[in-house]
Design a protein around this ligand. Structure first.
Ligand code: NAP
Length: 227
């Protein structure tokens, strides 16, 4: 993020502990790195041990305070293990970035298979709430915290090619409002970020084929992907 003079805004997150899900690649990795560069102790996670190990090693080689653990956000035991790990390593949690998502369905909303819908809701929405439930008591113990759900531009502007995914991201807007209302008295904030289309592995099916990318860019005012 840049300030008006184009320089990155600097935050002091020394003594803060941050958890970012799905943080061994793409947007999650960038968020984890930026939080750590601002002084936070950060726990990265994703499904594959090799990805976690590489990310921890890469970020530590830059002098950042990082630990890592495998966490498939769709698995209850992994979610609980993640939260226990963070609290054991760093003594509490101040920042939670819920970043994991899947997109198993390409096509219109009425073509969505039940299994694809269930997976979207499980990973993109239910896991975000379940992790929030695990983490909020730890934030309360520290008299506050910040929760950020990574939604998408598709939360506001349904993208017809990925309509069901878009609905799952719209649900995160509602989830953040509900959590913010319930947690304000604990000094815990809940917000959503809605990135445009970023050229990651996740978005490759939208960005890498000309006929599809033209369709995806059509409703966007500035017709470009984020690098
Ligand atoms: P990405 O570059 O493909 O990275 C995906 C990351 O998620 C990897 O670290 C992967 O590691 C991990 N992962 C995948 N499934 C997981 C699961 N079930 N549990 C835990 N970790 C998992 O993806 P991205 O584009 O950065 O997307 C990240 C978030 O940004 C998603 O919520 C997406 O909806 C959102 N978003 C993306 C765009 C875009 O255009 N790219 C735009 C708006 C919003 P493992 O393989 O080791 O699990």
């Amino acid at each position: 993020m840049a300030s008006e003079n184009g320089k990155p805004i600097s935050y002091n997150l020394e003594n803060k502990v941050a958890v970012v899900t799905a943080s061994t690649d793409g947007i999650g990795l960038s968020i984890a790195k930026r939080l750590a560069q601002s002084g936070a102790s950060v726990v990265v996670s994703s499904r594959k041990q090799a990805n976690v190990d590489k990310t921890v090693s890469d970020l530590r080689s830059e002098g950042l305070k990082v630990e890592g653990i495998v966490c498939h956000v769709g698995k209850d035991e992994d979610r609980k293990a993640l939260v226990n790990f963070v609290v054991e390593k760093f003594g509490g949690i101040d920042i939670f970035v819920s970043n994991a998502a899947v997109n198993p369905a390409i096509g219109s909303i009425l073509e969505t298979e039940e299994s694809a819908w269930d997976k979207l809701m499980d990973i993109n929405v239910k896991a975000a709430l379940m992790l929030t439930k695990e983490i909020v008591p730890h934030m309360e113990k520290r008299n506050g915290g910040a929760i950020v759900y990574n939604a998408s531009i598709a939360a506001y502007q349904i993208l017809p090619l990925i309509a069901a995914y878009s609905v799952s991201k719209t649900a995160l807007l509602g989830l953040a409002k509900a959590v913010a209302a319930e947690c304000a008295s604990m000094n815990i904030r809940a917000n959503v970020v809605c990135p445009g289309i970023v050229q990651t592995k996740f978005a490759a099916q939208l960005t890498d084929y000309e006929s599809i990318s033209e369709e995806v860019l059509r409703p966007m005012l500035i017709k470009r992907f984020v690098l």
